[in-house]
Structure formats: structure tokens, C-alpha cells
Design a protein around this ligand. Structure first.
Ligand code: 6PG
Length: 501
């Protein structure tokens, strides 16, 4: 291997790293790879080099770095946190000013901000890039959310745009059908410059928060059909397939249909029935919720989705409680199967709209906090293909922000407003039925409360503020005074005139 000939290097040959490397090689970029354990590198190269001559493996970091063209671009695909820092530390003294490190992991955006700042002090560029789409996406077209300096982005852009998923310019739908060695050529790349420092990883985190919400909402729809209508997994799979042909058309609905129709190869039972009802998480949904709380942005639906996973995880406790705590008596409500299935679909769609409205509000607040200039229409555009939340619905969000880039909440866009007008009676009915039957619907219910709170010109927090003033002298504003003036009532002598603060 001649020195300085590869277009890019990649460190970390776990599944995502391998797939991204093959994707880059398929797009005719020379790529050098390095892994701490060399046998993993040789194994990877042996398996793939005949089909992809653009791949080159290295035993030492030094030779790996020497193999790269300047400015050198190194993608890190290792675990977020300490492992990422360790790799960055080992690279700093090997790179030259102007070289670029790209972190493609699910890093916390605040870490990315700190790393970018440190590396800038060393004359190096740092791009924190969200990479979504799981193994398949990394291999054949992920959605990419890069953040960092514009200069660094311009050097990486040709590679990132080539390897990303593509959508059809006319329909806005993902172009499918990439195969090893046969990538999609043409179409609109699902990759765009997000903004400075940690913005790319921030947007990826919100993507994941939304992903948590979508997944939980789908589970609630499934649970309602399972528990009230007693449908078999296969019957529900067919219903999800049908939903996937309409407004709910999305990757997560599609795979749900597949999962529900799957049979367990060992027992021949429906696959979903043999999976234990406890969900894990790696933390991005939790970060999204913590950040929403930190910034005071109402994003309850993502938080409920995180808590739903937490509740699922305390399986043993739930089993004990199920023998003690009673649910409602058998309901007398007459249920029409076809009507309820259609109402559940409507409820899912309305809840989804609210969840996305919260995610975009969160990003809107974050851009003020961190001085970014996020283009929401562009973000929705690059989520149309490649990523886990890819959906026909994203086209509507793109259109909403193209119509009005300053839109304060998606709910105020005509399309989304009309959808909720059309479906809200079904949405409300489904949640009432769920409560009546004792079936938990945390994200459906939180979404409708969000909707009803957001549209309310009067909320009961007048009473809450009075309580705060009563026990803590926290003051209140008056309805008959201009905003910003604070008052306190002397609650020990409430007849006395209030005190203006
Ligand atoms: C993606 C996904 C991915 C995420 C997994 C697991 O966009 O490809 O969001 O990045 O890590 O979905 O996340 P949890 O383990 O937290 O469910």
C-alpha cells in the first residue's frame, strides 16, 4: 500500500464500523481501516477485499494514518464515552493541523462540543455526525447528521453525500434496492450540514427520542388490539401492513408488520409471544428527556416512552403486583372491531404528530441555547430515508417548514391541524376505551394531554402559583396587571394588601 492514497480512514470494526466501511468502499472511495485487535481487521479484509478492492487494513495506527490523503479524515466508530476519548487521544499526535476526526457514534452532544473545542486548540477539526439506520442503513445508506466547522464539512461532504440514503426527488420516498457493490446513484442525499460543534449529535439524539416515542406508540396500538380485540399476532401484522400503505407509511410500521407475522423457529409459536416483555435502552431517549427538563421544554411523550421501558424492566415486581392490584370490572361498552381498529390507527397518527411537534420544539430551544441555526425543513428532509424513523410523514414536516421556516409548533401547520381535526374524536375514544379497560397507553395519553394543554388559553396553574406563594412566598402575577409584575400575599394576614415585588 502506497502512503497517502486512501480518501478516508475508519477506526472500530464492530458491525456498524464494518458496514460503514463497506458502504464507503462501494462508493469508490479508498478506505483504510484499523481496529485495536488486528485479527478483526485481517478477518474483515479477507472476507471483503476481493469484492471491494478499495478496502485496506492496517496493523498500526501510524501506518493507518500514513495511508490517508491530506487533509486526513478519520471516522471513529467505537463506543460513546471513554472509548471515543481514548481513540481521539491516540490520534492527536499523529494528525496534522487541518486534519479531520469524525465521530459517527451516538455521542452525547455536550461531549462533542467539548471535544470539538479541545481539538480546535490542537488545530484539528472535529465532526460529530449522527449516523442512523442501524446495520442495514450503515451498509446501504444511512441518514447522516454532521455537525462541526463548515470547512471540515466541505471536505467530508462528497463522501457523506455519496454514502447516505437517497430519496426520490419527485415523491420524497426512499429509493430502495442498493446491493453490495451496487449502490444507489442519484436521488436526494439524506445528509446535510446541521451546524456547529455538537449540533449533529444533538439532532441525532432527538431523532432517537422520537424513535422511542414512535416505538412505544406502536406498542400501545398493538396492545389495544391484542387485549381488547384479542387479535392474533398474524392478524395484527396484516393490519400493520395495511397501515403501512397510508399516512402511517414508515419503516417502524413496516417492520412491526413483519415481526407480528413472524413465527418462532423453535416453538412455531408467534415470535412476538416468545419475546420477554422487558425493554432495554442505551440512553439517548433518557438524554433527550433530561435535556427537555433542563431547558423547560414540554416533551412529555418521549419521557413517557422512556418510563414505559423502565416500567417494563421491573418485570418481577409487576408480576407480584399483578396478583394483588385489581383492574376495572369487565366493561359493558360495545366494541365494533373494524371501527376500533380504524380509531386506533387515527389515535396513533395524532399521537405521532404531537410527539414530533415536541421533538422539533426541543430542537428549536436548543438552537437558542447553543447558538445554532438549525434548518428544520432540511432535518425533516434527511430523515425521509435511511434512518429508523423514516416515514412518508416526514415529507409533510418538510413541506410545513418550507412553507413557514419560523413555524413555532408543527400543530399549527394546516396539514397537521387538519389531520387532528379529522381524527381527534377517534383519538379521544381510543384513550377513553383504554382507560376503561385498564390498558396502559402512556404515550397516547401524554400526547393528547400535550395537545389539550398546548391549545388551552387557560390552564390550572393559577392555583399552583397561588400554592407556591402560600407556602414559599414565590410570588404570582395578576390577570389584571401587565406581565412581569410580581406580587405576594401575606398568607398569615391575607386581608392585608398584597405586596408588589
Ligand atoms: C439509529 C438508532 C440507533 C440506536 C438503537 C438502539 O438511528 O440507527 O437510533 O442509533 O442506538 O436504536 O437504541 P436503544 O438501545 O436506546 O433503544
Amino acid at each position: 500500500m502506497i502512503e497517502n492514497t486512501s480518501d478516508i480512514g475508519l477506526i472500530g470494526l464492530a458491525v456498524m464500523g464494518q458496514n460503514l466501511a463497506l458502504n464507503i468502499a462501494d462508493h469508490n472511495f479508498g478506505i483504510s481501516v484499523y481496529n485495536r485487535t488486528y485479527s478483526k481487521t485481517t478477518d474483515f479484509i479477507d472476507r471483503n477485499q476481493t469484492s471491494t478492492p478499495n478496502l485496506h487494513g492496517f496493523e498500526t495506527l501510524e501506518s493507518f494514518i500514513d495511508s490517508l490523503k491530506s487533509p486526513k479524515k478519520v471516522v471513529i466508530m467505537v463506543q460513546a464515552g471513554k472509548p471515543t476519548d481514548a481513540v481521539i487521544d491516540s490520534l492527536v499526535h499523529l494528525l496534522d493541523p487541518g486534519d479531520i476526526i469524525i465521530d459517527g457514534g451516538n455521542a452525547k452532544w455536550t461531549d462533542t462540543i467539548a471535544r470539538e473545542k479541545n481539538l480546535k486548540d490542537n488545530g484539528l477539526h472535529f465532526i460529530g455526525s449522527g449516523v442512523s439506520g442501524g446495520e442495514e442503513g450503515a451498509r446501504f445508506g444511512p441518514s447522516l447528521m454532521p455537525g462541526g466547522s463548515l470547512e471540515a464539512w466541505q471536505a467530508v461532504e462528497p463522501i457523506w453525500n455519496s454514502i447516505s440514503a437517497k430519496v426520490d426527488p419527485n415523491t420524497g420516498k426512499p429509493i430502495e434496492g442498493a446491493l453490495p457493490g451496487k449502490p444507489i446513484i442519484g436521488g436526494i442525499p439524506c445528509s446535510t450540514y446541521i451546524g456547529e460543534n455538537g449540533s449533529g449529535h444533538y439532532v441525532k439524539m432527538v431523532h432517537n427520542g422520537i424513535e422511542y416515542g414512535d416505538m412505544q406508540m406502536i406498542c400501545e396500538a398493538y396492545d389495544l388490539m391484542h387485549s381488547i380485540l384479542k387479535l392474533s399476532p398474524h392478524e395484527m401484522g396484516v393490519i400493520f401492513d395495511d397501515w403501512n400503505t397510508g399516512e402511517l407509511d414508515s419503516f417502524l410500521i413496516e417492520i412491526t408488520g413483519d415481526i407480528l407475522k413472524q413465527t418462532d423457529p423453535r416453538t412455531r409459536k408467534p415470535f412476538v409471544d416468545i419475546v420477554l416483555d422487558t425493554a432495554g435502552q442505551k440512553g439517548t431517549g433518557k438524554w433527550t428527556s433530561i435535556n427537555a427538563l433542563d431547558m423547560g421544554v414540554p416533551a412529555p411523550t418521549v419521557a413517557e416512552a422512556v418510563f414505559a421501558r423502565c416500567l417494563s424492566a421491573i418485570k418481577e415486581e409487576r408480576e407480584v403486583a399483578s396478583g394483588i392490584l385489581k383492574g376495572p370490572k369487565k366493561s359493558e361498552t360495545a366494541i365494533n372491531k373494524t371501527d376500533l381498529i380504524s380509531a386506533i390507527r387515527d389515535a396513533l397518527y395524532c399521537s405521532k404528530i404531537c410527539s414530533y411537534a415536541q421533538g422539533f420544539q426541543l430542537m428549536n430551544e436548543a438552537q437558542k441555547e447553543y447558538g445554532w441555526n438549525l434548518k428544520f425543513g432540511e432535518i425533516a428532509k434527511i430523515w425521509r430515508g435511511g434512518c429508523i424513523i423514516r416515514a412518508a410523514f416526514l415529507q409533510k414536516i418538510t413541506e410545513a417548514y418550507e412553507k413557514n421556516p419560523e413555524l413555532s409548533n408543527l400543530l399549527l401547520d394546516d396539514y397537521f391541524k387538519n389531520c387532528i381535526d379529522k381524527y381527534q374524536s377517534s383519538w379521544r375514544r381510543v384513550i377513553s376505551i383504554a382507560v376503561e379497560f385498564g390498558i396502559p397507553v402512556p404515550t397516547f395519553a401524554s400526547a393528547i394531554s400535550y395537545y389539550d394543554s398546548y391549545r388551552a388559553d387557560r390552564l390550572p396553574q393559577n392555583l399552583l402559583q397561588a400554592q407556591r406563594d402560600y407556602f414559599g412566598a414565590h410570588t404570582y402575577e395578576r390577570t389584571d396587571e401587565t406581565r412581569g409584575k410580581s406580587f405576594h400575599l401575606d398568607w398569615l394576614n391575607p386581608r392585608r394588601p398584597e405586596i408588589k415585588i
